[in-house]
Design a protein around this ligand. Sequence first.
Ligand code: AMP
Ligand code: TRP
Length: 330
Amino acid sequence: MTEERKTVFSGVQPTGTMHLGGYLGAFRNWVALQDEYDTVYCIVDLHAMTNPTDPEEFTTTRLETAKVLLALGIDPQRSLLYMQSQVPQHAELAWILGTLTPTGVLNRMTQYKDKVARGIPANVGLYTYPVLMAADILLYHAQLVPVGEDQKQHLEMTRDLAERFNNRYGDVFPIPDPLIPKTTARVMSLTEPTAKMSSSDENPKSRINILDSPDEIRTKVRSAVTDSEPTVRYDLEAKPGVSNLLDIMSGCTGRSVDEIATEYESRGYGTFKDAVAEAIATELAPFRSRYRDLDNTEVARVLLKGALDARQKAELYQDQARRAVGLGKL
Ligand code: AMP
Ligand code: TRP
């Protein structure tokens, strides 16, 4: 007997360059999960609209995000990969779930508060962002959701919404669990190693992009912030920059931090940084080359096919939800 595979759902916002942090912290795991689960990966472009961007640039970024995911090894034969806006059921379920969401709950969402504090306009889309995220997950009856630390509160809210729905309308949604990767890598900024590496950092030297050339990688790693004690050792408090480089090199090579620290302990920062750059470049090289081989029209076609399959899957469950709330056939 083959046990039925669990459904994993995750989403990524097409908001800009995809970097090493996203790769080591999330997408590498997405690729691995394909072996064990029914994986649904959604490029959440409706979510990305909560932070307004130029329409032309947005169109490009949406496609770019898909191309990078494909280059990283998301396999459309094994995963459902599609664009959120091409599956209208997401927005519809978000509306239904919105009617079950107390505003008091949304008022407590820390990410909303953080984003507004950073100057993103406080629009209704940004406010109800977590409701749309809950809809994404529940639409496919996903049981597992790989998320980073910053999304845990949203997932908690998703679980509450599923329970509230089930209590009011009958058992429709499974309660999804977070899936925390075994090796949770948190990659820090190269220029400010106490902050997360992020696509929104204005300084391009703060991050390694997945498509950076070996030269670009070397230049950025060489200019990474370290400290004045030229010993390579892991100490997050006293040496956050060096510790981050050790974590990155370990993430890219599979070697332990201890082993790497011992090897480079007294060989100077220059030598160590070149080795880190080399490890990153080696890890990213196949992705760059696969990316170059991808054709935009072909990728758009893959996404459309994904959306058609996703719609079909979503529609079955959606129908169930519609009937449960009294929006079924008249
Ligand atoms: P973002 O690029 O911020 O939309 O993030 C995409 C995914 O990568 C999310 O699941 C994040 O949790 C993860 N991620 C983003 N930045 C980092 C980072 N610096 N370290 C580890 N994981 C990250
Ligand atoms: N909010 C997530 C992020 O910024 C993206 C996302 C949208 C998501 N819908 C999702 C992640 C559903 C997991 C499941 O990273």
